[in-house]
Each structure stands twice: as structure tokens, then as C-alpha cells.
Design a protein around this ligand. Structure first.
Ligand code: SF4
Ligand code: SF4
Length: 428
């Protein structure tokens, strides 16, 4: 088993106390807004109508393609609206179902308990919570028959100010253990590895208890972006996954599933909530479990973090690679990895700066790219040149933009280039 140290990346001070904050279950809001794109699988079709009464856990939307994830009502209530064009976090106009919870405990019948893990994951709406958020059923189905030698359960948090994965191990170890058992029964891997933050004793101990005899605990110092799948594969398998369309970790005998997905697989019932860290630049950290569809602004209000004044930012995800939420009314979806708030003085403003060719972005890019070049080509709309220099190999970690001494918004330019190329392909 390999242990290659990650090349590049950044070391940010880790606020260890975030791992000791228990999850607080937040109350339901008065309205739950559920956009019908919740994962990489694309747009879901509604299965409810306006004014229909729904039970908690009832399927409200599905993707007709096989091995996709259904969407369920997080609470019993009434469908008050089916919006045809809701502007989501990525600025896409997507349909959405709006439910007003009625406070009753009416529960839908749980999906069959004896279903195999792939069917169960699809029927229960499970996803893998890495940045791309693929439907878990599709990911597992693709892995079947691939001869997975190493199952890797990733409990490293995605960003320096997120702690929910480490906390989940401590609070939901039994569900993680059952999820690992279920994954092992499906895939029959030669070995199973549970990757955890090495510097927090409580997290390591919780990992050992959850792993039992079934998995090796693999401690890693979570230098950002160590939690990215390619970095995990490099550390655990010693494999350099080339950036070539279609090449995946499975081609090197591995499958990476994040710990929240493993825990969801080990529980019963559909996925209707997320475990999140909500934090800000002033040291406030809260771990919460929150119903899908809850407005981000209501979470902030509940934990006492003030929605920032003009010039500040609410970021869905973490400060390094998250997306700015234009409106505090935007809801939590399966794609929401966390919430981070920056006050006006903490926001780094995109500068109209010129590259001084210091080379820092190249030195620290964990994917060994030339960020100044791909960002520069993207900015100038020279998309073919950007792609020729491996634009799509960028994992959008944001290290380059964070470190650039003159403040060039490299990540924004890179995302812009990718969006333009994909839009061009879709239109062709
Ligand atoms: S180019 Fe992409 S992968 Fe490299 S540092 Fe920048 S954001 Fe990260
Ligand atoms: S870090 Fe900024 S200034 Fe330095 S080479 Fe990269 S883009 Fe240019």
C-alpha cells in the first residue's frame, strides 16, 4: 500500500475544536425548497402535484434513467408550488418542489430493507458526497465486475473549516460500520481502508471502532486538498491517476466512497438531510444536521452567525473551493458540503492584476498544472488553448488563487473556461 506525500497544496491552521462540536438537529423551516437537480445525475422529474399532501420520506421526484437517485420529502406537509424555473446555487434555472411542513409525523413506507445495496441506494436517494456528488447507485454499479481490490472510505473533511466527516465518525460510527459491511458484501474487495485525519485522537479512535476487523485505518495529515479523490488515490494506492477522459480510480483497482455516504448506506430510510459544518472567519464553528430544502439564511440565524452585510459572502462549501450563494434564501441540497461566512473585510476582491510570473501557483498546484496559463487562456476566451493545457484536469481546489501574491482570481477564470467549453459542446 502506498503513502505518497501530496505534492503542492497548502497548509492552513486546523481548528481542531470543530471536531468536538456535536451535531445539532435544526428545526424545520416554514418552507422547504427542493431544486430538482440535486446531484451529478441531472434533472429529476416531479412525482407530486401542487396542493398534494406528502408524507415524510415519500418520493417527490425521480430520474427515469437506471441507477440514479430519487428525491424524497424531508417532512410531511403540502406541496404548495412546483416552480418551473428556480435559480439554483450554480445559477442554473431548474424546476423545484416547494413543501410547507405541517408538523405531523406522517411517514412514507420505507424502501424494502432486503434490496441489494445498488437498488437500495437508488431508491433511498443516496449520493456520494464528493465535490461532483454522483448518485451512489450508479457509482457502485459501475464498480461491479471491475475487480475492486481496495475499497477506500474517505473520512477526511473536504476543506480546512469543515469538520462534519470527522464528527460523523464519532457520532455515527455504528452506521459507518454497517455501511462498510454492506459495501464489502457487494464488492468483495481484497482490503478496505478508512482514511482519517491523523492529528485528532478522538477521530482516530472513532475510526478504529467503526473499522473493527473489516478495515484498516489509514491516518493522513489533512493538508489541503488531501481529501480530493485523486490525492487520496495517490496516498493510499500509490497510483498517479492520469487525466484522460474515462480513466478512473477503478482502473487502478480502487473505489473511493466518502464516509457520509457509507453512513447513509448503513442507516435505514431515504436521504432527507445533510450533516454540515457552518462556520465563519471569526472562529465560530457549528456542526448541524439539517433537512434538505432548508434556506441557508435560516441555518445561519439559528446558530447565531449574522448574514454578512453588503460586501460579505455566504459560501456554500468551504472558503477554498465553495460557491458564493447570491441569496441567503438558497436551500441546502445534497450538493451542499458546508456553509462558510466571510465578512466584508475578509473577502478577497478579484484584482485587475497582471501575472508577475512568480511561479507559486505552478509550484503548489497538486495536479501539476500551469494555473496561470490555463486561467489566462480562459480569461482571454482562448478555450482550445486552455483545454490543450489540461484545463479539465483541474480539480478546482483553489490553491492557486489563494496563494497568488497579486490576487488574480485564477479559479474563477478556470471555472469560466470549463463552463464555456461545456456550454459549447452541449449546444453542438
Ligand atoms: S489549477 Fe486547479 S488544481 Fe491546480 S491549484 Fe488551481 S484550482 Fe487547484
Ligand atoms: S501565482 Fe499569480 S503571479 Fe504567480 S505565476 Fe501564478 S498567476 Fe502569476
Amino acid at each position: 500500500m502506498g503513502s505518497a506525500r501530496m505534492r503542492g497544496g497548502v497548509s492552513l491552521p486546523l481548528a481542531f475544536e470543530g471536531f468536538s462540536r456535536p451535531f445539532e438537529a435544526l428545526p424545520l423551516p416554514s418552507r422547504l425548497t427542493l431544486p430538482l437537480i440535486q446531484d451529478e445525475g441531472g434533472v429529476l422529474e416531479p412525482r407530486v402535484k401542487k396542493n398534494e399532501t406528502v408524507r415524510a420520506g415519500q418520493i417527490i421526484a425521480e430520474n427515469p434513467r437506471p441507477h440514479m437517485a430519487a428525491l424524497h420529502a424531508p417532512a410531511a406537509g403540502k406541496v404548495v408550488e412546483i416552480v418551473s424555473s428556480f435559480r439554483d446555487l450554480r445559477g442554473r434555472a431548474v424546476p423545484a418542489v416547494v413543501i410547507e411542513p405541517d408538523g405531523t409525523p406522517a411517514q412514507a413506507e420505507a424502501p424494502a430493507a432486503d434490496a441489494d445495496p445498488v437498488s437500495s441506494a437508488a431508491a433511498r436517494g443516496l449520493v456520494d458526497f464528493d465535490r461532483r456528488t454522483p448518485p451512489l447507485a450508479g457509482k457502485l454499479n459501475d464498480a461491479l465486475g471491475r475487480g475492486i481490490e481496495t475499497l477506500i472510505v474517505n473520512a477526511l473533511d473536504q476543506e480546512p473549516f469543515l469538520f462534519s466527516r470527522g464528527r460523523l465518525l464519532q457520532e455515527e460510527g455504528e452506521a459507518v460500520r454497517r455501511g462498510i459491511k454492506s459495501l464489502r458484501a457487494l464488492l468483495s474487495p481484497g482490503k478496505t481502508v478508512l482514511v482519517v485525519e491523523s492529528r485528532v485522537a478522538a477521530v482516530r479512535d472513532a475510526a478504529k471502532a467503526a473499522a473493527g476487523e473489516a478495515a484498516y485505518v489509514f491516518p493522513l495529515a489533512n493538508r489541503y486538498p488531501q481529501a480530493a479523490p485523486r490525492m487520496i488515490a495517490r496516498a493510499v494506492l500509490g497510483a498517479e491517476i492520469p487525466y484522460t477522459a474515462g480513466v478512473t480510480v477503478a482502473d487502478f483497482g480502487g473505489l473511493i466512497v466518502d464516509v457520509e455516504a457509507a453512513a447513509a448506506l448503513g442507516r435505514e430510510g431515504p436521504l432527507t438531510e445533510r450533516f454540515l459544518t457552518v462556520s465563519d472567519g471569526r472562529g465560530r464553528r457549528h456542526n448541524v444536521r439539517v433537512a434538505l430544502g432548508t434556506p441557508i439564511g435560516e441555518i445561519l440565524e439559528h446558530v447565531g452567525i449574522i448574514t454578512p452585510a453588503a460586501g460579505g459572502k455566504i459560501i456554500a462549501g468551504g472558503p477554498m473551493s465553495g460557491l458564493a450563494a447570491a441569496d441567503p434564501g438558497l436551500p441546502v441540497t445534497k450538493e451542499t458540503a458546508g456553509v462558510f461566512v466571510q465578512g466584508p473585510s475578509e473577502v478577497i476582491r478579484p484584482a485587475d492584476a497582471v501575472c508577475i510570473k512568480c511561479g507559486l501557483c505552478v509550484e503548489k498546484c497538486p495536479m501539476r498544472l500551469m494555473p496561470f496559463l490555463i486561467a489566462g487562456f480562459s480569461e482571454k476566451c482562448r478555450f482550445d488553448d486552455a483545454e490543450r493545457h489540461d484545463l479539465f484536469a483541474c480539480i478546482e481546489c483553489g490553491c492557486c488563487a489563494y496563494l497568488c501574491p497579486v490576487g488574480i482570481p485564477l479559479l474563477q477564470f478556470i471555472r469560466f473556461g470549463k463552463q464555456q467549453i461545456l456550454a459549447r459542446r452541449n449546444a453542438a
